[in-house]
Design a protein around this ligand. Structure first.
Ligand code: MN
Length: 140
């Protein structure tokens, strides 16, 4: 696995902190399959960038700016995953891997446009089924 980018960290921190409001370096390291030292280094960097705050004994949590960014990055992953799933592009695992590869190239300012398409497809299943049926075999 390649080194997770800062965006991967923020996305993972969003997932980890969504329920409890905070996370620990050890949880982050486990989720990203990296060493605690690497996770700790990035947490420091994100803290210096104003995206995380430390809470003694509890670990770290997002600042409002960090939370906004993390939420957007997580939403971007989900939207792309939904789109590739609608396109029946592969197994769940395949699609996850593809999204991990391409998501960083999608500007979050364009999320809404892709989100609209994904929602439209969900709301018009008959129309979408017709589209898939009409397409090349490679779609299936
Ligand atoms: Mn992702």
């Amino acid at each position: 696995m390649s080194t997770p980018s800062q965006e991967d960290y923020l996305e993972a921190i969003w997932v980890l902190t969504d329920e409890k409001g905070y996370a620990r370096v050890a949880d982050l390291a486990e989720r990203l399959q990296i060493s605690p030292a690497s996770a700790s280094k990035m947490v420091r960097r994100l803290h210096d960038a104003g995206l995380l705050t430390y809470e003694r004994y509890r670990g770290f949590s997002f600042t409002p700016q960090g939370r906004r960014t993390g939420r957007l990055l997580y939403a971007r992953h989900q939207i792309l995953e939904r789109l590739l799933t609608q396109l029946a592009l592969g197994s769940r695992e395949d699609i996850y891997r593809i999204v991990e590869g391409i998501e960083h190239h999608f500007d979050v300012t364009r999320l809404e446009q892709i989100g609209r398409l994904v929602s439209y497809i969900d709301e018009h299943p008959d129309w979408w089924a017709k589209y898939l049926d009409a397409g090349p075999d490679s779609l299936h």
